[in-house]
Ligand binder design. Sequence first.
Ligand code: ADP
Length: 401
Amino acid sequence: MSVVLVVNSGSSSLKYQLIDVEAGRALANGLIERIGQAEGHVQHRREDAEHGRDTWDTDEEIPDHDAAFKHMLDAFEAHGPSLESHPPVAVGHRVVQGGSRFVEPTVVTDRVKREIEQLEELAPLHNPANLAGIVAAQQAFPDVPHIAVFDTAFHQTLPPAAYTYAIDRELAAKHQVRRYGFHGTSHRFVSRAAAEFLGQPVEELRMIVLHLGNGASACAVSGGRSVETSMGMTPLEGLVMGTRSGDIDPAVLLHLQRVAGLDTDATDKLLNSQSGVLGLSGHRDMRDLVGAFESGDEAATLALEVYTHRIRAYVGAYAAQLGRVDAIAFTAGVGENSPIVREWSLAGLEGFGVELDTDRNRARGSDVRRISTDASRTAVLVVPTNEELEIARQTLAAVEH
Ligand code: ADP
């Protein structure tokens, strides 16, 4: 059995999964929240065939990431599975921003840690928290390799025409301004799972992956490689999201700075935390938004229209970049669970060979499934994402390399 511990460290939270890579399933997972605050929270869940699924919760003060890892080790010790009988062969770390430097999963060395630190300027919220998790995990697991798996790495195959912004070249180069793209781990996992479902080699397929969660991004995948994606230098660009605007005329910001007195921080907050469907309707959660639409709320209706109109525009643009679309795959919380979003996003595309089957689209399911008609030239799929399993697979591959 090859067991990998996957760690996703945020500034005040730590998520972990112990994964049996060959079986493709988690043995345990956990969430440690409110690190550094007066009262922290630890949740540990064991998932195995013999013991079924059990969850334990405790409230305790967790001053820092070192303490969070101690709580994690204690939870494994107290509730299992035992790390002695399931020793992880490596620890895989999610790192948000790998810049142009990291194109694949990378064994963490002191130099790699310095480089992740240097990329903080591009991801000031995420990279320092990811690094804190790495440092603490190395203390807790000193004898196994630690692998950094970057959200941006899958998109390092974008051609220059797709990643270059049309601004002054020297200024852009000096400040590392370019499209990096995010959700790469998910886009990679989903594109491969879709190919497997279709029974065709990923190398021969051209597809569009729509990752619609709280954050949302589209990716054009040709022959298994990302060739275009909607998030940019930061995760703000592209699709409409829960609280982020996605694409907007940059001059709107200049205008608001002039006429509404917004400074840099207020603009950042407006676009990242107060916009998207939240700004349009007052609801950030898609379930609440759809509920409000169903009870006739006008603002919710417009928000849903704006959200799906933008997705359709990207599908059209990426179809043009790809030249042919064999499959469109919906994934993440909204993509996997919202029939209305899928239906509205692809409405009117029958002339382009995209034909949804209404019943299949509405049927619930937790596995990969086809929701297009048998006659549809483009297969439309729902593919549940599993970023932790993808990180575990890539971690194991990097160790065995
Ligand atoms: P994250 O980007 O934080 O990983 P998820 O992929 O979990 O987020 O997606 C969260 C989103 O998925 C929320 O907007 C939530 O409303 C939506 N979602 C989850 N379940 C459903 C559902 N049954 N119907 C519609 N939307 C759903």
